[in-house]
Ligand binder design. Structure first.
Ligand SMILES: [Fe+2]
Length: 237
């Protein structure tokens, strides 16, 4: 069970609430991917996955720009940025995989298929991966192709979720203490950037989602913090 967060001592502690929301969303996506393994429609999975990635990209971008960029000379800050880049690569990998549809699982197996085809002296088929897929579909059956793709999708989503959880732990252990120590005056501004997106048609698309993932008590902590955003100068940071 997720722990309940009872206090926010320093503005940046709101990160625990944000990370909690991310964990809830990613676990939901992973569950939907697991259900998708059995076949069926992926519409709900896709919507939940896209929302997760959209939030994650915004979160990582704002942290890089407003939270860790000012921490010059800190290896922990650079590691945090590198982990963000790694998350983006993995997330993009899942997006590409999804874009290929239900034959995507085959591309990982094309090599093995090519070797098998060569043995059968069907070299003319080897040239085109698409044809290889057709042959494989015939060989192992469309349903199995779908099942294989869905297994791969689940594995990739789970890997992304694990990477994300590890990253949150690292950030909480190594970066947040630095933020509290080194930038006490900017903390509230960083947090405001993390929760509100002034560029968006709905600037509250992050904070409202975070609130939706929290307990009533945690929602109060978030609202109290939001009440302090007026302290942040509106011009610049
Ligand atoms: Fe974070």
């Amino acid at each position: 069970m997720e722990e309940v967060i009872t206090t926010i001592e320093s503005p940046i502690d709101v990160m625990y609430l944000l990370h909690k929301a991310f964990r809830a969303q990613s676990e939901r996506v992973e569950k939907l991917a697991a259900q998708g393994e059995a076949g069926g429609d992926l519409t709900e999975f896709k919507a939940a996955f896209e929302f997760w990635i959209k939030q994650l990209l915004y979160h990582a971008t704002v942290e890089d720009k407003h939270m860790t960029a000012p921490l010059t000379g800190s290896q922990a800050a650079r590691d945090n940025e590198a982990e963000h880049a790694e998350l983006v690569v993995h997330g993009t990998g899942v997006v590409d995989f999804l874009a290929k549809g239900d034959t995507a699982g085959l591309s990982d197996n094309v090599k093995a298929a090519m070797a098998a085809l060569e043995q059968e002296q069907h070299q003319e088929l080897v040239a085109k991966a698409q044809e290889v897929e057709e042959v494989l579909k015939r060989a192992i059956g469309e349903e199995k192709v779908v099942a294989r793709t869905r297994r791969n999708l689940y594995r990739r989503v789970m890997a992304l979720r694990v990477l994300e959880f590890d990253h949150f732990e690292n950030e909480e252990a190594f970066v947040l203490p630095l933020v509290r120590e080194s930038m006490p005056l900017q903390e509230l501004s960083v947090v405001k950037h993390l929760l509100l997106d002034p560029e968006a048609s709905d600037p509250r698309w992050i904070i409202d989602w975070v609130a939706s993932e929290l307990t009533p008590q945690e929602r109060q902590l978030l609202a109290a913090l939001e009440g302090r955003f007026e302290e942040v100068a509106t011009a610049g940071d």
